[in-house]
Design a protein around this ligand. Structure first.
Ligand code: SF4
Length: 216
């Protein structure tokens, strides 16, 4: 399998998804994406729900050259990893924001993105209770209020939908990061192979997570 590539339905071509942290692009990144798309006549460029740009329809022999020309790493798009951190603009650009969701989301993605886990995990960080990053239906989510972040765990919008439960309220961004690190440790120790975090959280229960984290 070519590096960072996913075989498509036709059984012949591949898709790649460059890692664009926080969904923040620069003119240079966009220019490189446009240049490879033109050069290799990439038929489909798709904005993903994780704030990335998928390049679809590459030939096997083109994949490595495209990575070289992009100068970007593959995103953890499939497999048992911390897949994506979706973060809304927060205080960086939204008048309703009460916390810096983009800053927190980018830190989480920088520190923990692509980590090996028992199953897949998705994260959503929102700057206010409007929850544009859908924290309630992410495996791990946080949204800002005036007095700090509310952290919710165990949500999923996937095949088995589930609304997350409140783990803790009124915490700082640094506390969210520490909690997240501890939660990944617990998940790695107690999660079953292939078990998505939301399923793990439902199985062990909120009380168990709170006790293990010293929150109860
Ligand atoms: S969640 Fe709140 S802060 Fe974030 S984009 Fe939506 S309205 Fe703005």
């Amino acid at each position: 399998m070519p590096r960072g590539a996913v075989l498509q339905r036709d059984g012949q071509t591949y898709a790649i998804v460059p890692w664009i942290r926080g969904g923040i692009v620069t003119p240079e990144i966009l220019e490189r994406l446009a240049a490879v798309a033109r050069k290799y006549k990439i038929p489909v460029m798709k904005l993903t729900f994780a704030g990335r740009i998928a390049l679809v329809g590459l030939k096997e022999e083109e994949v490595e050259a495209v990575w070289d020309e992009l100068g970007l790493e593959p995103a953890p798009a499939v497999g048992p990893y911390l897949r994506s951190v979706r973060a809304c603009p927060g205080t960086a650009a939204c008048r309703l924001a009460q916390q810096d969701s983009l800053g927190l989301g980018m830190k989480l993605e920088e520190q923990f993105g692509g980590r090996d886990l028992p199953g897949k995990m998705k994260v959503g960080i929102s700057g206010c209770p409007m929850n544009c990053s859908e924290a309630w239906v992410r495996d791990f989510g946080a949204f800002g209020k005036k007095d700090g972040f509310t952290v919710v765990v165990g949500g999923s919008a996937g095949a088995v939908p589930r609304i997350g439960e409140v783990l803790v309220e009124k915490v700082t961004a640094d506390e969210v990061i520490r909690l997240f690190e501890r939660i990944l440790e617990i998940y790695r120790q107690e999660g079953r192979k292939g078990e998505r975090f939301s399923a793990f959280a439902a199985r062990v229960g909120l009380d168990h997570l709170k006790k293990t984290l010293g929150l109860a």
